[in-house]
Design a protein around this ligand. Sequence first.
Ligand SMILES: *Cc1c(COP(=O)(O)O)cnc(C)c1O
Length: 360
Amino acid sequence: MTRVFNFSAGPATLPEPVLRTAAQEMLDWHGSGMSVMEMSHRGKEFIAIHAEAEALLRELLGVPANYKVLFLQGGAIGQNALVPMNLLRGKTAADYVDTGEWSKKSIKEARHYCSVNVAASSAAGGYTSVPKQSTWKLDPNAAYVHICSNETIGGVEYHWTPDTGAVPLVADMSSNILSRPVDVSRYGLIYAGAQKNIGPAGLTIVIVRDDLLGGALPITPSAFDYKQQAEADSMLNTPPTYAIYIAGLVFNWIKAQGGLKAMEAHNRAKAAVLYDFLDATSFYTSPVAREDRSLMNVPFKLKDEALDEAFLKGAQALRMLQLKGHRSVGGMRASIYNAMPVEGVQALVAYMKEFEVRHG
Ligand SMILES: *Cc1c(COP(=O)(O)O)cnc(C)c1O
């Protein structure tokens, strides 16, 4: 068996030890005689798996006691609707900061439920930076302020936490959650789809301050009412049990690596291998402002886009996959989440150098 270096933006590469444990436990989890997939979500085995996953996530992120952790379905795109449905709490407007494709989607969806004030946008600059907070025009009556902490497509990441005063800050952290420590207490709500840095698709994580619960619009489906799900320990309906189990294994793996500080050091070192090379050549270019470059998703362009096809083919021959950039921006994109080893990035850079010598 040879595994590839998978640079996919999501679903993405997972830590190999996690996959090995899952394989070993596939037919018989801890002597239960069952696969986790076959367990009742109300049985003592699964309740223990669920509780351990939540406890580990709380420990890794240092989630304060007055926050609920929910394991839901519907993805981050589902949350684009569920956030306004749950958090408007009688208000009629919300602030959004527009930093790229994912922010745009969040804004478009929120407009079905409330009046959206785009407090700042980097659209004019082609979504290559995060607007400085000094330029934001926040509405003091907004129900919340929404940001996308890492734009997975554009490769633009917040390396600072906005200050929104008494108005709750909401972040779509789908593609950088658990990549480094965050101060959860600065946020009212954090959400993330699992398939980038956490585990398989199908699980959506919501971390929400408990005083924000209880004001959902009457039309909110019960399965997506944060308060009802919090009261039911995320088991109002059948949760995505297998995805929660794998997420728990990933949390354990992160803890064994030394937690989020160690993840950050590993991710910084890894991203530097690629960005340092991009800065040293003119054959490839990085479009993103230096201070806002993502540690997780690295878009880059070849000098001559006629070479894109040959670049991708050569990478594939060396078992480096999914390097094609998103259709909305073109070029290339290397997604280098927690589970991507530094060897993967080193192999990519070695190939990029060799390709440049051949075609430069
Ligand atoms: C992947 C991604 C999404 C979409 O998640 P789904 O699970 O497909 O709903 C939303 N926001 C960001 C930042 C993402 O990276």
